[in-house]
Design a binder for this molecule. Sequence first.
Ligand code: F3S
Length: 411
Amino acid sequence: MTTRLTEDEKAMLRGDRGEAVQFAMETVVRVARGFDAEELVEVVSVHAMAMYGDLHDAGLDLLERLHRLGGRCCVPTTQDPASMSFTHWQRMGVPAAYADKQFRLARLAEALGEHPLWSCTPYDAGNAPAYGQNVAWAESSAVSFANSVLGARTNRTPAGLAICAALTGRMPKVGLYRPEHRVARVKVVVDAGELTALDYHTLGILIGRRLGTEIPALVGIPTNVTRDDLKSLGAAAAASGAVALYHVIGVTPEACRADPFGGQPPREEFQVTRGDLETTVRELQTAHPGPVDLVVVGCPHYSLGEVRRLAGLLRGRRVAPGKALWVYTSGEVERQAAAEGLLATLDAAGAEVLAQTCAVMSPLPKRFRTLMTDSGKYASYLPSEHGVELVYGGIDACVQAVAALQEGIGA
Ligand code: F3S
């Protein structure tokens, strides 16, 4: 099928806006033709990648080429976390050659006009599209949030295509940009009593494993569910499967405006019980965990609310000698937490805040043998990425595992 182009798009393809835009438009159009797209869509924002651990030298070469050709983002563009802390990389044991490449990527991203956000939760820091808007986002947890919670539209955009979208403001109109592809096929009845923060992560893992790329509509989620809980659910379902959109009846915007099944009966229906959640928790843990020596939280990046809760739990406690507690978040939340005095509380307790970097991509010193996390996404990636023992549990249990009460301070 021939992809129909507007005059503006033809001008980009001819090179009227420079060689970088021409290269990017050629890429977008080639992908559009490969997927039989009738036309392109305009995107209002891009969430790209400049994480060396994902892009490697090929990504560095692409960004260098686009910069050399005079490329510049034409829509607001942010990027996922870096694969090391920009401030603590030496202390974290990152080799200098690796750090050099991550810094080069950072300079290129800024030179191309990206806003240096370095977070997987761009919607908490200014890059939050409105209902029905098209965006081109490249982080699976953010894609899930944009589609499901905000009602914006994006596919899971490959990193190379995301930067082309940033330069052209266009993407092929395929997949979730088309309303008919956003209809739920599977009904998930959640019948597990009151749900904790950890339950939402676990529910996401279970749904992703069972559904792969299918779109579910969930029944039984309370209407007072928080954004953080929906973030956790979506991130876990995108990691254990490839769920890019879910609906929650009575909660998420598309499911509140219309029948998420598009007037058709669901093709499949299943129930999630308390027993199913408990089984999934057991399955996520590795077989032979020892005493927990490291807790990692903030995958996806912790929100200010999550940092507040953690600070409350740590008041009067101190991370025990030989143990560690790492908190991943965005630079924006780090600033807000500092202003509220929360960072001082975390610091006094011996917790370490790692902003603008990724929990999974961060190097793990060999001295840590058993990790604990409250993140379903992290739990599903961790043993394969780092080969360590894993305990998966709620934030209260995480804190208790590594931080002891300090006598005389008061809990
Ligand atoms: Fe964010 Fe890295 Fe987890 S990008 S969602 S901290 S895997």
